[in-house]
Each structure stands twice: as C-alpha cells, then as structure tokens.
Ligand binder design. Structure first.
Ligand code: EPU
Length: 337
C-alpha cells in the first residue's frame, strides 16, 4: 500500500477527464482502509469508487482513496430467496451478470450500468423499471472519522429517485464497504413493463423471457442509445428528469402538447429531460471536444480532449436553453467536483 503523488485520474473517471490527485492510494481490504484513515486523520480526503458519476473540473487537492475491495458471496438462502453480498469495489455489471448466471433474480434490468457495487446505494441507481432499493437489504459502511463500522438498513437509507441518506444527512461521513441484496431463486418477478424491453424481446421472438433474456434486452437497448465510456467518455445521464407540480406542468403542456410526461403521484409529474434537451434543439450538438450525445440527449460526452470545465460549460448552456425554451429547470445528476 503506497501513497502516490500527482497521480493522473484519467483512467479513474468514465468521462476520461485529465485531472490530478495531489495524493492517491488504492485500498484492497477493510484493514487497509482503516489504517489509511487512521494515519491521515488531519488530511483532506476524497473517496473514489468507480468514477462513473462525477465530473472533475479541477485537480483534487486531497488524499484520494480508491475503494478497491473485491469479493461476492452468498450470506444465506432459503427455498425462494438468496442474500448476496458484494464488496464495494466490485464492478456493478459483472456483479449483475454473476447473479444472473446463478439464476438469482432482481438486478437484471440494471445490467450495464457503469460503476461499482459500493456506490449504487448513494444515488439509488435505476433503469428500465427497477431501482436498487427494490432488492437492497443493507450496506456496511466505515465512519471516516472514527473508523467504526455501521450497518445501514433499507429504511435508514431513505431512498428516493436518485437519492439517499448518503447524499444528505450523512454526506461525506461514511465509506460504503459492502452491500447486501435479497434476490429471487425462483418465481422471478420478470419486469418487462418498460416499453423498450418488450419490443426488444419481440424482435427475438421471446415471449417468456428468462433473467438472461431480460438482461440481454437491456444491454441491447443501452448499447443502441448510450455511449460506451471505453469508447466515448461520459457519465450516463448527466441530468435528472425534473419533477413538476401538475398545476405548473399543465400550463407548460398547453404550449407544448407533444411533451412527454409520466404521472408519479396525484400532484406531480416527471418530464424526461432527454426530451426537453432534444426539443430545445441540442441533441448531437458539439462544442469543441464536449457535446450532447446524438442518440440520448441526457448524456454529455467527451470526444477526447475536453476539460471538465468545458463539459460543465456545455451543461450550463443546456440548462439555460431548456429553461429559455420551456421554463423548466433541469438539475445535474452527476457530482461536479
Ligand atoms: N427522450 C427523447 N430524446 C432523448 C432521450 C429521451 O425524446 O434524447 C425521451 C424518450 O423518447 C422517452 C423519454 O425521453 O420518451 C425517456 O427516455 P429513456 O427511456 O431513454 O429514459 P431517460 O428518462 O432518458 C432514465 C434514466 C437512465 C436509464 C433510463 C432507462 C434518469 C436521469 N435516467 O433515462 O439512467 O437508463 O431511464 O430506465 O433517470 C443514468 O442514470 O446514468 C441512466 C442512464
């Protein structure tokens, strides 16, 4: 275990932004993590997982601790369910595939989401009608100040749309070290209700899909819309889909009757930010090496040499143009560093 200085983070963030860590260390066990925290008490720290949900706009003047805890195991099982634990540094997609191979159901709709297991609860990741909170049981976390371990139950995590306690009450206080999911061994709740999945399965004449079929359909849909960070730097959805009061939305909808929306409660609707950005004329636009993806307007991309600041400038331009066009404010989902 060695502290590296002026370490390039280019390969540690999916936007592929060149930024330096003043100090950098990768930890591979709880004991290593504990000792790094103990020995660097007064040092400013920055916790880095998979680097898939952040935009680096400057060098990080801190000790960057990269959580590289590996391992997955079955904690217990009964006839119907299995409790699977993944260590924080496991790649999320590989973890999903590992579970599908063993016929453990519940994560398949979240195939191919970039990032690591340990960061999934922070923003309650979700896709194609499933969210982490649906199968999440608990997670273990280390207190950065005291190094004490604490279990967070599902209730304590206070999950919402891309939200959790880790973004609010206990922000920057804990490092998630492992996560437990309760998955099905039989009677899987196959969820194909998200429009695109059924169409994708129909293309392959699949009427009674397996977990693997659903996963493959999600992978095909994601690949057709979302750029692969290995080929084109990006951080998935850059913005959240805005939630509006129905009374406000109805006024806007009168002027833009074709605007897509989803009812989420009696009083609120969610509007797809991708639709707003596309209909504000920005889809596929490029500004230098930063741009708005051509197949999914919610995704900002780095064509190679963009700086974090350039991507941030584009994101502001997108927010301004959407606001000028529709009077709707869209908020970044990605953490701006
Ligand atoms: N749309 C457009 N133009 C676009 C993109 C989308 O008109 O450029 C419209 C679509 O036609 C559709 C609606 O917007 O009617 C919703 O689009 P889509 O199903 O692609 O989903 P999304 O709302 O754009 C969300 C998540 C994604 C997740 C997908 C699928 C957020 C912020 N994003 O995107 O998550 O994969 O649903 O479930 O909630 C991520 O968080 O990184 C991510 C990729």
């Amino acid at each position: 275990m060695e502290i590296l200085h002026h370490f390039s983070l280019k390969n540690y963030n999916t936007f592929g932004i060149e930024a330096k860590a003043e100090k950098f260390i990768a930890v591979h066990s709880l004991a290593e993590l504990k000792s790094v925290l103990e020995q660097n008490k007064s040092q400013k720290k920055f916790i880095l997982g998979g680097g898939s949900n952040m935009l680096l706009t400057k060098d990080i003047e801190a000790l960057v601790i990269h959580i590289d805890l590996k391992g997955k195991k079955i904690l217990k099982e009964d006839d119907d369910f299995v409790w699977v634990e993944g260590q924080a540094g496991e790649n999320w997609h590989q973890f999903v595939l590992w579970n599908i191979e063993q016929n453990f159901g519940g994560l398949e709709n979240m195939s191919l989401i970039p990032g690591n297991v340990g960061t999934t609860p922070v923003q309650n990741i979700g896709a194609y009608g499933a969210e982490i909170k649906d199968t999440f049981v608990s997670c273990e976390a280390m207190n950065i100040e005291t190094q004490e371990m604490r279990t967070f139950t599902r209730e304590e995590c206070n999950f919402g749309y891309r939200e959790s306690i880790f973004k609010h009450e206990v922000k920057d206080q804990y490092i998630i070290t492992s996560v437990v999911f309760k998955l099905t061994k039989q009677n899987h709740k196959i969820n194909t209700s998200y429009g695109d999945i059924l169409a994708e399965l129909a293309k392959n004449n699949i009427t009674t899909p397996s977990l693997k079929d659903v996963s493959n359909a999600v992978i095909a849909i994601r690949k057709s819309k979302l750029p692969d960070p290995a080929e084109l730097g990006n951080s998935g959805s850059f913005f959240k889909n805005p939630i509006l009061l129905k009374t406000d939305f109805e006024k806007i909808h009168q002027n833009f009757p074709e605007m897509r929306f989803f009812d989420i409660s009696k009083t609120e609707v969610k509007v797809p930010a991708g639709w707003l950005i596309e209909h504000a004329g920005l889809k596929g636009k490029r500004f230098g090496d930063a741009g708005i993806h051509k197949n999914q307007a919610l995704v900002l991309v780095n064509y190679g040499g963009a700086t974090g600041q350039e991507i941030l400038d584009v994101s502001k331009k997108v927010q301004e143009t959407v606001f000028e066009t529709f009077g709707i404010h869209i908020e970044a989902e990605v953490n701006i560093i």
